[in-house]
Design a protein around this ligand. Structure first.
Ligand SMILES: *Cc1c(COP(=O)(O)O)cnc(C)c1O
Length: 499
């Protein structure tokens, strides 16, 4: 098996190169040349395995140029009880009607990004080693909150790597800022920028693509790489939890092997739900894939009409990780739905960047609607759902998960579908304490982050994640704030390289 670019099917690399490069040189995304299959016997065998062992099986099918030892090195370092607060890594709750919640936030930063970013550093360093690359990797990240912290925790202490994260000084929540400024590890750097997220992102992109900087870095034995969400090394780990969860649902007796399982995913960049689609194509009996959006409902409209249109107002919502108008991973889905028509992909994504819109053919739309259902929910309904779901079931969910719950409830009200369903929960409610508390209590009662956390603990009965609790007394290690024009100089100085 090899990986090809969505914009040029003839461009082919092995999985190690796809992961090391992140994005194809033609701007396309890497996709596997075929979809490996998993049989019902293999799915049944997963039931008795640990999460890391299940991951070995799935990675073995996708990363065919990796040895079993290399894969086991990666999975055992990522998915263990040191990094996650549960042996199961991903937990599945009991039944709420016909639905169960898949908690993907038991990792060190309490958001689902950990599922991929705990393993990416190992996949990346292993890939570089396989390709004979001996330079030290420098990861630059621009973050609006969640990704930066998850990347820091993932790369912390990983041999052969350094990581530097830039966040907008006034653009992240106080908990997110605290999480990053207190980051431990000898190979990490965090810096605030006087500017917004776009300034961070543009600055990082500029440094990445600057040939002179690249040369200076190489002379110092270093090279840049990316932990970006379009890297195949972030998508593959997400396929694992859908395959694993199907086996786990059957093991727990919630379904029988062979039964259809629907999935609901709170969606932004389309990575998480695309992973579910890959699992389905592999042969996991998944039914409807329900794509839940907040009021930035570009995906709901696309699934309903076949027209993707980003020319619309952008709203800041209480589910900020889904505030997105360009869902990058959709390109991979469309490549699959057009049977690998790279010319068509170039045309649509050219139109997206030039005009902000494209329309797919009726046959692609029909294929899309055969597997995917779209739905959305605004902030008022998100908060009402948190409140009502807690009243009814005693379960407290975060704002992103609540969007998914509401879209699921609308879906079953409309269709009467009683298929067993897994709702992906992408963040711990503690990560969005202010909105969750407001939803439960009807009004904001305190400004203090830790008073909120204690109050939420009282109301939800949910243990406060150790990693958030201990932040309170952690020393601030990073307090640099720089002007956006000084980013390049700052990066070079921090790396000990002359400007
Ligand atoms: C990143 C994120 C999402 C969106 O996931 P995609 O894979 O980008 O669709 C949803 N919820 C939370 C909490 C996130 O951090």
């Amino acid at each position: 098996m090899y990986y090809k670019s969505t914009r040029d099917s003839k461009l082919q690399v092995n999985s190690a190169t796809a992961i090391a490069q992140g994005i194809s040189t033609d701007g396309g995304l890497f996709v596997p040349s075929e979809i490996p299959q998993i049989s019902m016997d293999e799915l049944q065998a997963l039931a008795d395995m640990s999460y890391a062992e299940r991951a070995n099986v799935v990675f073995g099918k996708f990363l065919t140029d990796f040895t079993a030892e290399e894969i086991a090195y990666c999975t055992s370092n990522a998915y263990n009880a040191k990094s996650f607060d549960t042996e199961n890594i991903a937990e599945i709750t009991g039944a709420f009607g016909d639905a169960h919640i898949l908690e993907l936030w038991h990792g060190p930063t309490c958001a689902f990004k950990d599922m991929a970013l705990q393993i990416l550093p190992y996949l990346l360093t292993t890939s570089l080693k396989k390709n004979g690359e001996d330079k030290k990797v420098v990861i630059l990240v621009a973050t609006s909150g969640d990704t930066g912290k998850a990347a820091l925790e993932g790369f912390k202490g990983v041999p052969g790597t350094e990581i530097m994260v830039f966040y907008p000084q006034d653009g992240v929540s106080s908990m997110q800022k605290r999480q990053m400024r207190t980051q431990e590890g000898a190979n990490v750097k965090v810096c605030a920028l006087e500017g917004n997220f776009d300034d961070c992102q543009n600055g990082v992109k500029k440094i990445f693509t600057d040939a002179a900087v690249k040369e200076k870095l190489a002379a110092g034995g270093k090279m840049f790489s990316s932990a970006n969400s379009i890297n195949w090394g972030r998508l593959a780990p997400q396929i694992v939890y859908y395959v694993s969860s199907y086996a786990e649902m059957a093991k727990k007796g919630y379904i029988n092997f062979g039964d259809t399982l629907n999935v609901v995913v709170p969606t932004g960049n389309f990575g998480n739900i695309l992973a579910a689609y890959y699992a389905k194509l592999m042969g996991v009996p998944l039914g409807k894939l329900i794509c839940a959006s907040n009021i930035n409902k570009v995906l709901t409209d696309f699934i309903d009409t076949g027209v993707y249109n980003r020319n619309r107002d952008f709203y800041a919502t209480c589910s900020p990780s889904m505030d997105i108008l360009i869902s990058s991973n959709l390109e991979r889905l469309l490549y699959l739905l057009t049977d690998g028509d790279d010319a068509q992909i170039r045309e649509w994504f050219g139109a997206l960047s030039a005009e902000g819109t494209y329309e797919v053919s009726d046959s692609v739309k029909a294929k899309l609607q055969a597997d995917f259902v779209g739905g959305f929910c605004d902030d008022a309904d998100t908060k009402k759902t948190i409140h009502d779901f807690k009243e009814k079931y005693g379960y407290t969910c975060d704002t992103h998960t609540a969007v998914a719950v509401k879209v699921y409830l609308d879906y079953i009200a409309k269709t009467g579908d009683t298929t067993k369903t897994l709702i992906a929960s992408t963040a711990s409610p503690y990560k969005f304490s202010a909105s969750v508390l407001e939803a439960i209590e009807g009004a904001q009662t305190t400004e203090d982050e830790y008073e909120m956390v204690s109050r939420l603990a009282e109301l939800s009965g949910l243990a406060i994640p150790q990693s958030l609790a201990e932040l309170k007394d952690k020393e601030v290690r990073f307090s640099d704030v720089i002007n956006k024009d000084d980013m390049e100089g700052y990066v070079l100085r921090q790396l000990g390289i002359a400007e």
